[in-house]
Ligand binder design. Structure first.
Ligand code: PHE
Ligand code: ZN
Length: 872
């Protein structure tokens, strides 16, 4: 590693010295390079620092000229380096004209202006705009934009930018142009431009006030038939935001462009969202139920940003959760309102527990509002997004839904058109709801997952319930102050009747006690109902109590969690035995009884039945240990699955038969729930290679009318011996060769194989024509699919898995640092593992450090190799 990247601190915030009221961009798109002429009306910020010089950010482009008020500047009046253009002593108010040349054809970073297939598109968040022109690339500089695009009419018949198209015409020599005006002020990270030969799906939406919005969804030709679900989702999201928050869309048109090469899921550029095709395309034949839900939720998320993010934006990037936490929360509310609230919430909880908790316990732990960063792109994390959303959810729970929504509306009205802070949001919520959030604010400042202990003492009709809290040290934060933690609690009797209605206990000290009197017998405590706070609960009901909660709790999250806890007890014992070289123990009869009871009294929501019967993931089991013996975890999980499958073979056969498709595919709650149970049954049957399963799965992989069932068949076959597996995979590859997103599923299936030579299989696929190292979806499918989805292979004893990932991170770093850094992150939790894995993983991370040059990946590696935090 070389160089000394700059670390930015939240505490160092200074307002901009100059402001830009109006931006005029003129893009001249050539066959290779693009010429950008930017004209800005600039004035000194009356509230800014008294700087002499003005620094504009810019990288990876050629400066052609710079002029003030029409006069071209001489060499002594500015300086231009690798990352900035500095104007020496510019006037108080002036027109600045900057001409640059950029090279989208060779831009593989997928930031700034780049090419995805035949589409030219932009990605500016967080700091991609400074790859387009020299500009103060920070969100608190907000301007009105006018954009002119000139391009070849044949190669780029469709030209798009933010706002309304106000002019189109011919530019001669086979070229044409279009001019766009965006009436709303915005930060440069929301700028977007698209030029290409695109197909379009059109629709419209009429708002409650009677305005008709023109909706357009653009993709490369031939994909229009995969866009109907995304369009329907957009309309659903618009209706939901109108009905729930009273927010109407504010322009006459809303466009989405789906591109095949994109670093993230999607981007909320004003009136011109750019999406990863993976978050738009959804047809029954090519997309699973999970894909359908993902498309629906991401489309809604980006739409919701129009208010929470665009109309009111972030002052600086430390405030990222201001827009993302709030928007994820709105997305979560929306998703829960789509029909399967219990399981939808369970999925949200699983993401926090299985991805956010490990992040918060590792070397990259950071507060929801970070204090410093080197590369902002490394902070688009599950902590900022999803823990941030849980913080908003807690505020909503404290205020009540209606008061909370009124609070958000107050925030939006108060700060419309401004770039503000998380503190501004919290103040607005306090003003509107009357809540006192003084202590609650610590959730934004302190990293780490609080542990909440639950102790009970029952005596003569009275229960004393003691809650305690403590939060481990995280990097830079040895000691933590007490959080304000809402813990929802209800009590059940032995017959499973609720004897105390749910009540939210506020734990805001290290320890507190609550008393429940007048009970007829010792109750079962149902705690953290609905997951009222992002904490780890140390609560150990006995098996009988867990079985009761599993059977009777009215909260689906607690019901599911009771099942998980029951499984975990067996699994933890299994891991301990295996690590100690002993035989794996058999599950208790109590566990079998609980499953038998569940199977004969299934919940009405079939998706909940499937969730309750799904064993905790390898990651979730690992969470139970200080030093994870990953191979023992895999062995214990396999063993339990086989034991359950063996005991309930007939029942799973029956579930499979009763839950097979009876009608053509539709994506709705009922049918998706049925398919989940069907898939779960196949999974258990495959665990014991049940008679006839292979033949059935092969047949299904050929005949299913939808991708959900087809994937269920392939997943069942994937780790089984015999020819059926290879036949099914080969037929699948042939049939879907023209669908890159389906081929991602094919790559992922193989990357996740339990076969001993998975490292070699993945290595071979790197050279397969169906893989493309420059496309993030392919990289995530193959390498992410391997490192995340194949614990046995990734942690293989010869370190082959680590070496594979380390080598590919180094290779990727030269092309796409943002993606390389994300992949490198998978090597950072080495301290959580037992030896010899921990040392081998650390060595691979050090090896990455020697080969990479980007600030992105170096920041990750340095954090991963830093000393562990300690409590003071
Ligand atoms: N702002 C996008 C979202 O959450 C995510 C994103 C970040 C996309 C950075 C691209 C680059 O909706
Ligand atoms: Zn977002």
């Amino acid at each position: 590693m070389t160089g000394n990247p700059q670390r930015k601190y939240r505490a160092d915030y200074q307002p901009p010295a100059w402001l830009i009221d109006d931006v005029e961009l003129d893009f001249d798109i050539g066959s290779a390079q693009t010429h950008v002429r930017a004209t800005h009306s600039v004035r000194r910020n009356p509230d800014g620092p008294a700087a002499e010089d003005w620094r504009l950010d810019g990288r990876d482009m050629t400066l052609v000229s710079v002029a003030i008020d029409g006069r071209r500047l001489g060499e002594s009046e500015y300086s231009c380096g690798d990352s900035a253009l500095v104007l020496h002593g510019p006037p108080e108010a002036f027109t600045l004209t900057v001409e640059t040349r950029i090279d989208p054809e060779h831009n593989l970073s997928l930031e700034g202006l780049y090419r995805s297939g035949d589409i030219l598109c932009t990605q500016c968040e967080a700091t991609g705009f400074s790859r387009i022109t020299y500009f103060p690339d920070r969100p608190d500089v907000m301007s009105r934009y006018v954009t002119r695009i000139t391009a070849d009419a044949q190669a780029h018949p469709v030209l798009l930018s933010n706002g309304d198209c106000v002019e189109i015409g011919s530019a001669g020599a086979g070229r044409h142009y279009a001019v766009f005006e965006d009436p709303f002020v915005k930060p440069c990270y929301l700028f977007a431009l698209v030029a290409g030969d695109l197909g379009v799906l059109r629709d419209s939406h009429t708002t409650p006030s009677g305005r008709t919005i023109d909706l357009r969804l653009y993709t490369e030709h031939g994909n229009e038939d995969q866009c109907a679900h995304a369009m329907a989702s957009l309309k659903q999201a618009m209706v939901w935001d109108e009905a729930t928050y009273g927010l109407e869309y504010d322009l006459d048109s809303y466009a989405i462009v789906a591109v095949g090469s994109f670093n993230m899921g999607a981007m909320e550029n004003k009136s011109l969202n750019v999406f990863n095709t993976a978050c738009i395309f959804a047809a029954p034949e090519t997309a699973t139920d999970d894909d359908f839900a993902l498309v629906r939720d991401v489309v809604a998320h980006e739409y919701f940003h129009n208010y929470t993010g665009n109309r009111v934006t972030c002052r600086d990037w430390f405030q990222l959760s201001l827009k993302e936490g709030l928007t994820v929360h709105r997305e979560h509310q929306f998703a829960i309102d789509q029909g399967s609230p219990g399981v939808t919430r369970i999925e949200q909880v699983r993401a926090i527990r299985e991805v956010q908790f490990p992040e918060d316990a590792g070397p990259r732990a950071h507060p929801v509002r970070p204090e410093s960063y080197v590369e902002m792109n490394n902070f688009y994390t599950i902590t900022v997004y999803h823990k941030g959303a849980e913080l908003i959810r807690m505020m909503e729970a404290m205020a009540g839904r209606d008061a909370f929504i009124a609070g958000v509306r107050h925030y939006l009205a108060k700060h419309d058109g401004q770039a503000v802070t998380i503190e501004d949001f919290v103040v607005a919520i306090e003003e509107s709801t009357g809540l006192d959030l003084a202590q609650f604010r610590r959730w934004y400042a302190q990293a780490g997952t609080p542990r909440v202990g639950v102790q009970t003492d029952y005596r003569e009709g009275a229960l004393a319930l003691t809650l305690t809290q403590s939060t481990p040290a995280t990097p830079g934060q040895p000691d933590k102050a007490d959080f304000d933690i809402p813990v929802s609690v209800a009590l059940f009797d032995d017959a499973g009747r609720m004897v105390r209605e749910p009540e939210v206990l506020r734990l805001d000290t290290a320890q507190a006690e609550w008393r429940f009197e007048g009970l007829a017998g010792e109750p079962t405590v149902s705690a953290l109902r609905g997951f009222t706070a992002p904490v780890r609960l140390d609560h150990a009901p006995d098996d009988a109590a867990l079985a009761r909660l599993m059977a009777h709790d009215s909260d689906p999250v607690c019901r599911w969690d009771a099942a998980q806890s029951l499984f975990l007890k067996t699994l933890v014992a299994g891991v301990a035995a295996r690590s100690g070289g002993e035989a794996l123990p058999e599950p208790s009869e109590r566990l079998f009884e609980a499953i038998a009871h569940l199977l004969s009294n299934p919940p009405a929501d079939r998706a909940l039945l499937a969730a309750m019967l799904t064993l905790p993931s390898v990651t979730r089991i690992g969470e139970e240990f200080d030093a994870i013996d990953i191979h023992a975890v895999c062995a214990a999980r396999d063993h339990l699955k086989q034991a359950i499958a063996t005991r309930f073979l007939e029942e799973f056969e029956a579930l499979r038969a009763d839950h097979a498709a009876l009608q053509a595919y539709v994506f709705d709650v009922e049918e998706a729930g049925r398919r989940r149970v069907f898939r779960l049954a196949l999974d258990y049957l495959a665990a014991v290679d049940a008679p006839g399963l292979r033949e059935r799965a092969l047949e299904l992989s050929r005949t299913a009318d939808n991708m959900t069932d087809r994937m269920a068949a392939l997943e069942a076959l994937r780790d089984l011996p015999g020819a059926a597996r290879d036949t099914a995979l080969a037929e699948f590859a042939e049939r879907w060769a023209d669908y890159p997103l389906v081929m991602d599923k094919w790559l992922r299936l193989q990357a996740g194989t339990r076969r001993a030579d998975s490292v070699e299989q993945v290595t071979a696929l790197l050279d397969d024509a169906r893989f493309d190292f420059t496309n993030p979806n392919r990289v995530r499918a193959l390498l992410g699919g391997f490192a995340r989805g194949n614990p046995a292979g990734f942690h293989r004893a010869d370190s082959g898995g680590y070496t594979l990932i380390a080598d590919q991170v180094v290779r990727l770093d030269a092309l796409n640092p943002q993606l390389a850094a994300a992949l490198a992150g998978l090597l950072t939790p080495w301290r959580r593992h037992a030896e010899p894995e921990a040392s081998a993983m650390r060595a691979a991370l050090a090896r990455v450090g020697e080969g990479v040059h980007s600030d992105n990946t170096r920041e990750i590696v340095e954090a991963g190799l830093a000393e562990a935090p300690r409590s003071g």
